[in-house]
Design a protein around this ligand. Structure first.
Ligand code: SF4
Ligand code: SF4
Length: 337
């Protein structure tokens, strides 16, 4: 008898929060309670949630639950899917606050199912992807070759394509876009989110491409707004190393194209080298200059919660053992290509 592989990540075994645990949390005859987001912006003043009880069937996925509600219960609920086998990326939703592909996620006993975040809702679980698609077009998603096309089959090795092929696994599902906390800031940043950057990397990291993609990453995607928090990587269904394999290499290209645009990163390193610790107040002042004083309300909140310490900033206090920090930094710099 075949069993599903145990793919629990660090901490999931203790909390019972993995795909495997979820798969075993129900048996035939149980009931799945699905609380589903319902909203038609053309008719409804406010979104609402409706709860449905569905009989559990073996191997039931979130998509099966949605299809059961729409087809068996004949609820006029909008949800999107196409291939059903983790290839097309159209069925991404949030289940209990986590971004998943509904075709690839086991049903849970109780689920709140919502549309992806940071995207306008067309109806119910269907979101408008136009903003993303327009941005991908601005990334010039074609190869700009330095040499003429040599004809098929073109000789190129796995090793030469290794970096670009990570990004080529992208399904355009937008799970990473929904999870990115920088996009919670709305118009305060011009950040595109990670998904268009993954599309950009498909050509930017291809050795045959000659376009100045670093400049595109800044001008169209505001890449330096990414805070490298790794939330996007945590939810990517195809396990693309979005930060280390896509965004960091793109940031390096962007830095080469426009070093002044990396003000935040340069200030971060400079402060670390002087104080051996992150000083959020100094970082904001260095990055935003006088503009930082427009957000005094937020600064006060941070002060009250003990997140910033202007006294330490004022006196530029550093941690003990700064020599070691500087030696480590120098050694790391020496190893970088
Ligand atoms: S690493 Fe960057 S792109 Fe990914 S979720 Fe965090 S801020 Fe967003
Ligand atoms: S990078 Fe991953 S999460 Fe983001 S759109 Fe592509 S497949 Fe989806």
């Amino acid at each position: 008898m075949s069993t599903a592989p145990d793919v629990r990540q660090l901490g999931q075994a203790e909390t019972g929060d993995s795909g495997l645990d979820r798969l075993h949390s129900l048996k035939e005859g149980d009931t799945v309670k699905a609380r589903i987001f319902r909203y038609d912006p053309s008719k409804d003043a406010e979104p609402r949630y409706e709860t449905y009880e569905i009989p559990y069937m073996k191997w039931m996925r979130v998509l099966d639950v949605l299809n059961h509600v729409a087809e068996d219960f004949e609820v006029p609920m909008a949800h999107r899917w196409f291939c059903g086998v983790k290839k097309c990326g159209t069925c991404a939703v949030r289940v209990n606050g986590r971004e998943v592909l509904s075709c690839w996620e086991a049903a849970e006993p109780e689920m709140t199912i919502e549309p992806l975040g940071h995207l306008p809702v067309v109806r119910d679980l269907v979101v408008d992807r136009k903003g993303y698609e327009d941005l991908v077009l601005k990334m010039a998603p074609w190869l700009e070759r330095g040499e003429p096309y040599p004809g098929f089959p073109e000789h190129i090795t796995d090793r030469e394509m290794a970096r670009a092929s990570l990004a080529l696994d992208c399904l355009s599902c937008m799970a990473c876009h929904s999870a990115c906390p920088v996009l919670d800031l709305g118009d305060e940043t011009r950040f595109s989110g990670p998904a268009p950057l993954v599309q950009l990397a498909q050509t930017a990291l291809d050795p045959r491409d000659t376009m100045d993609r670093g400049r595109i990453a800044i001008e169209e995607a505001s890449i330096f707004s990414c805070v490298s928090c790794y939330r996007c990587e945590e939810v990517c269904p195809t396990e693309i190393p979005i930060v280390s394999g896509v965004i960091e290499p793109l940031k390096a290209l962007a830095y080469r194209a426009m070093p002044r645009a990396a003000r935040h990163q340069a200030a971060f390193v400079d402060i670390m080298m002087k104080r051996g610790r992150i000083d959020p107040t100094a970082l904001v002042l260095r990055t935003q200059g006088a503009g930082a004083f427009r957000r005094l309300g937020r600064a006060l909140k941070l002060l009250m919660h003990g997140k910033i310490d202007p006294v330490k900033t004022l006196f530029g206090s550093s941690i003990p053992g700064m020599d070691q920090v500087r030696r480590l930094h120098a050694a790391f710099k020496g190893k970088r290509p």
